[in-house]
Ligand binder design. Sequence first.
Ligand code: PNS
Length: 164
Amino acid sequence: MNVAVCPGSFDPVTAGHVDVIRRASKIFDHVVIAVGSNLRKEPRLSAAERARLVEKVTAGIENVSVEVMEGLLVEFARERGACVIVKGLRAVSDFESEFEQAQLNRTLYPELETVFIMSAAEHSFLSSSAVREIASFGGSLRGLVPDEILEVVQEVYCRKGDRA
Ligand code: PNS
């Protein structure tokens, strides 16, 4: 069985993430979404809360499961018998950081491959940070995050103090 891990901070999960997850689910037997925390970012929601939102928007995809990831990605993948890390790639600007992470993960666990799924053109501009910024100024997130979580994301990320 080909298991892939799709990691991210998902702060919050966007329509672009869901598209990549859906496409990965067609390639691999099982996809485990690993909701982690990027030490360089301070998420507004806890990993468990972010994971609940990811669960909600992927509930209809049979071979996808969602877990909180606490330690190293390579250990998470090893424990789940995954052979692949799958990530979305939007633009050249993503490449440097993704290349660095892929090389580091490969150094730590050479048998684990990182593969990239190119984002759909309509999502190539979309990021969690753009979603947070638009929400913090009260802008509409329609089309940017899945409809099922539109209201809650709009509410959570527009709270005062987000703009600092
Ligand atoms: O959505 P993001 O912020 O690009 O996700 C980054 C994430 C969570 C995938 C990355 O920070 C990660 O893999 N964290 C787990 C800790 C780890 O393994 N770090 C070494 C990889 S360079």
